[in-house]
Ligand binder design. Sequence first.
Ligand code: HEM
Length: 133
Amino acid sequence: MDIDWLGSVRLFVHVIAATVWVGGQLVLAALVPILRSQDPGLPKIAARAFNRVAWPAYWVLVVTGVWNIAAEHAEAPTGWTTVLAVKVALVALSGVSAFLHTRASTTLGLALWGALSGLSALSVVYVGILLAG
Ligand code: HEM
């Protein structure tokens, strides 16, 4: 069995960062009602703590994503570039909606940007799996 050690580390770091960015959002959303029932100020404190790990994970995804392209582009099948373009658009949407969610001051804004952030983050995982083939 031929093992591509560097390629496995590249995907490992990409996937771990995805678990933090995407899984973290889902877990935080699940915890918010419990935190709020203890103290209405707790969700904001937890969200700030999550942001400190989530944004570094997002930038790790961008850097390892560019590395993925450099490593995989040459032998990519037909249609790969189109799927990649969809993914890059979803990554941008995921980042922008998460940022606007952190800046929202109304309940409607929080709910809308939060929902879009979670949905786009989940969609990026699906499209990433399509790319990996
Ligand atoms: C929110 C950000 C991102 C998430 C959640 C994410 C998630 C994923 C996942 C789950 C995979 C599949 C890994 C596997 O099945 O082995 C993947 C693969 C891939 N991702 Fe990302 N990704 C993100 C950002 C990016 C960015 C910004 C780029 C490009 C600039 C990118 C390019 C790629 C490529 C090219 C692959 C295929 C790698 C291969 O076949 O070796 N990703 N991504």
